[in-house]
Structures are given as structure tokens and as C-alpha cells.
Design a protein around this ligand. Structure first.
Ligand SMILES: Cc1cc2nc3c(=O)[nH]c(=O)nc-3n(C[C@H](O)[C@H](O)[C@H](O)COP(=O)(O)OP(=O)(O)OC[C@H]3O[C@@H](n4cnc5c(N)ncnc54)[C@H](O)[C@@H]3O)c2cc1C
Length: 375
């Protein structure tokens, strides 16, 4: 019996599980490790922050998918890897052996801890949920003093999330005075998108009363002057990636070949934000999504079924940014459009994506997990 271990419930692994339900590989023990049964879909996170969706509505139920695929689901977090010995060590001490490993663990952020300030880190999303729900609960009976919000990060996630947070807080406490500042290191907003998109986003931020501080680094004084610090800057590789012995790039992301395999350890596959392709790709979910079907096929090839396929990144991606006013901005190459219909389009695309993975809960499959596992 061979063992395939999937660590992280990112976009590509959801596709691998979906394919496994349709066509499992006989004689393979499939294990999925994820910190939580529900894996949030980041494209809908701003909509959830704004109060347009419930948390459950923006998640893929990985445990249900795993059960339908006959896989073992382990609620856990990878702590370290020993790729020479084919071993994965989880937080808490469990050790999992594998024949083929796939990593789809995303990236992380490193926000400061600030005494007396609510820090909302946009990664990990499970942590964001806890911090956001705690803030909303604490705010409900709060005295009506002004509230200062600082968002750090002038990219799409920072802009969308700040607008969403402001919308939700204004609905919850309509009489409360809110002030908001967005701090970005780059001299322009949305530096990776066309200028017209940046102008639209700037107009949306101005309507929401946000002061912009671009070309500026976050300073300690910003934190102490803020009641809420929304942290969307500086995606980083998980620290254990550097220590794993896998070949990594200068930023700690796992270097992969066109077949999505580690350059140093070909039995290890890595996809999405945690990986570094030959030419570094932007950290965006669309790449992880497109890697999914290729990964699915290549994991089968690694298990002796079929031939691997080379991944070719799309040259142009559709970027959709919600502005929390029932509108959104769309960018396709240099073209930029904005309007209510763009928000409706984004909502439909996002819901359809999640619908692909929606299954009714079924009896948990997978049997006993004993062989080659130790605690
Ligand atoms: C607010 C926000 C909005 C965004 N909107 C968009 C958008 O509209 N379009 C777009 O293309 N991109 C968007 N992005 C970027 C996008 O989120 C990422 O590029 C994308 O999620 C990466 O996908 P992934 O599959 O690599 O990893 P993720 O989706 O991050 O999934 C990784 C999974 O691995 C799990 N994990 C992490 N560490 C471990 C561990 N040690 N052990 C086990 N499991 C682990 C995590 O819990 C998570 O479930 C947005 C980002 C944010 C923060």
C-alpha cells in the first residue's frame, strides 16, 4: 500500500480530492492534513468581512471532501519535514510517513503584536476569523468613542479588506465616528494592476473616508494611535520551509520544476503560494486554482498511474476587487472596468467556484489510521 499525503487545504488540494472522488487510485492510502475542516476561499473573505456572506458560506468543507474521497482527514498543522526519511512531523507530536507528499500550505504574514490594539492579520484566515469575531463582539456594547483603524498594505487584499471592515463597522455602529488610514510602502496603490484600477480604488477609499499614506513604512506610532490594525502586507513563506532541507528560493518558497515537484526532492510536490516556479509568479489564488488539475494528474503519475504534465502559467489573469459598495473593479490585462455588474459577476464566479466542491456530509470514510503513523 502506498501513501499519498496532502498537507494544507489550499485551492489545488481541493481539486485533487474532487478528482479522487471520481477516480481513486487503487492501493493508495490518502491522507489530508489541515488546521481546520473548513478551508476559507480568500476571494470571498472581503465579502465575509463586509457581512455579505456567513463564514461557512465562503469555505470548502475539506473534511467532507476527504470523506467522500475515502481519505483520512487529520485536523493538524505541519511543524517540520524530513524529506530524506519521507516523514512529516505535526504540531503535537504526530509523525506521518509517506511515499508521495504534496504541499499546498499558502503563505503567511508577520504582523506586530500591539498591546491594546486589535490586530487583524489577513493570514492565516482561521486567525483572522477569531480576531474579527472577537472585535465585533467587543464592539457591540462599546461606548461611543471614536475608533481609529489603520490598514497596512496597499495591494488588493489591503484595499478590499479595509473597505469591507469599514462597511461592516458602520452598519453595526452607525453613530460611531470612524477614522481610517491606509499605509502602503509602494508610492502607488495596487502597484501590480493598471493605473485606472488604482484610480477607481482610490476614489472608493476617498468615499469611505480613508486617508492614504503611500510610499510610507508602518511605524510603531501608527500602531499605538490605532484601535484596529488590519495587516495585509508582506506575504512570507512559512518558517519551516527554510528548515525543511527542500530547495527554497531567497524568500523561502519551495522551488519547483514544471511538473510541480521540488527541485531537490522530486517525491515532494508543492503548489500555490508556498511554491516558487521557474519565474516567480504573483501570490494569487488563480495560480493555485490552475495548478490543481495538473497537480492531480502528476500525483497520480508519481503513484505509477499515467504520465505527468507540465504546468504552464496563464499569462493574463482576471483580477476582481470588491469595493464594499455593491460595486467591484475588474482588470483584464490593461483593461479596467467598474460597476455594480462587476460585483454581481464576481459574486457569481466565486459562488460557482465553491459550488464545485459542495457535497452533502456523508459517513466519514478512511478506516483506521494506524500503519506508519506515530504520535
Ligand atoms: C483578503 C484576501 C483576498 C484575496 N483575494 C484574492 C482574489 O480575489 N484573487 C486571487 O487570485 N487571490 C486573492 N488573494 C490571494 C490568495 O489568497 C492566495 O494567493 C491564495 O489563497 C493562495 O492559495 P493557496 O492554495 O496557495 O493557499 P491557501 O488558499 O492560503 O491555502 C493554504 C491552506 O494551507 C493551510 N496551512 C497553512 N499552514 C499549514 C500547515 N503548517 N499545516 C497544514 N496546513 C497548513 C491553511 O490553513 C490553508 O487552508 C487574496 C488574499 C487575501 C488575504
Amino acid at each position: 500500500m502506498k501513501r499519498l499525503l496532502l498537507v494544507g487545504a489550499g485551492h489545488a488540494h481541493a481539486q485533487v480530492l474532487k478528482d479522487w472522488i471520481a477516480a481513486p487510485v487503487p492501493g493508495v492510502d490518502l491522507i489530508v492534513v489541515s488546521p481546520s475542516a473548513l478551508a476559507p476561499y480568500s476571494g470571498m473573505v472581503p465579502g465575509w468581512l463586509a457581512g455579505s456572506y456567513r463564514y461557512e458560506d465562503i469555505c470548502i468543507d475539506i473534511e467532507v471532501l476527504a470523506a467522500a474521497a475515502g481519505a483520512h482527514f487529520i485536523e493538524g498543522v505541519l511543524a517540520s519535514l524530513d524529506p530524506e526519511q519521507h516523514r512529516a512531523h505535526l504540531v503535537g507530536g504526530m509523525v506521518l510517513e509517506y511515499d508521495v507528499l504534496s504541499l499546498n500550505v499558502g503563505s503567511t504574514l508577520n504582523p506586530p503584536t500591539v498591546e491594546g490594539t486589535h490586530v487583524l492579520p489577513l493570514r492565516p484566515l482561521g486567525g483572522l476569523r477569531l480576531a474579527w469575531e472577537a472585535l465585533l463582539a467587543e464592539m457591540a456594547p462599546a461606548p461611543q468613542r471614536p475608533l481609529a483603524i489603520t490598514a497596512v498594505g496597499g495591494g488588493a487584499a489591503g484595499v478590499e479588506s479595509l473597505l469591507a471592515v469599514l462597511k461592516r463597522l458602520r452598519v453595526q455602529q452607525p453613530n460611531r465616528e470612524l477614522s481610517a488610514t491606509l499605509v502602503g510602502r509602494s508610492a502607488t496603490l495596487l502597484p501590480s494592476l493598471p493605473r485606472a484600477a488604482a484610480k477607481s480604488a482610490q476614489a472608493a477609499l476617498a468615499r469611505a473616508g480613508v486617508e492614504l499614506r503611500l510610499g510610507s513604512d508602518f511605524a510603531a506610532g501608527d500602531a499605538s494611535a490605532s484601535d484596529v490594525l488590519l495587516w495585509a502586507a508582506g506575504a512570507e513563506a512559512h518558517a519551516w520551509q527554510r528548515a525543511s532541507g527542500l530547495a527554497v528560493g531567497t524568500s523561502g518558497y519551495i522551488r519547483i520544476d514544471p511538473h510541480l515537484r521540488s527541485l531537490s526532492h522530486p517525491h515532494v510536490h508543492a503548489v500555490g503560494d508556498c511554491a516558487e516556479w521557474a519565474e516567480p509568479l504573483p501570490k494569487a489564488g488563480v495560480y493555485a486554482v490552475r495548478m490543481g488539475p495538473v497537480l492531480s494528474r502528476n500525483l497520480r503519475a508519481a503513484l505509477g498511474v499515467g504520465l505527468p504534465q507540465a504546468y504552464l502559467p496563464q499569462r493574463r489573469v482576471l483580477a476582481l476587487l470588491a469595493t464594499a459598495d455593491d460595486s467591484a473593479i475588474a482588470c483584464w490585462g490593461p483593461a479596467t472596468l467598474r460597476g455594480r455588474w462587476v460585483w454581481r459577476l464576481k459574486d457569481r464566479i466565486d459562488r460557482n467556484f465553491l459550488q464545485r466542491f459542495a457535497l452533502s456530509p456523508a459517513p466519514r470514510g478512511g478506516g483506521e489510521l494506524t500503519r506508519r503513523t506515530s504520535a
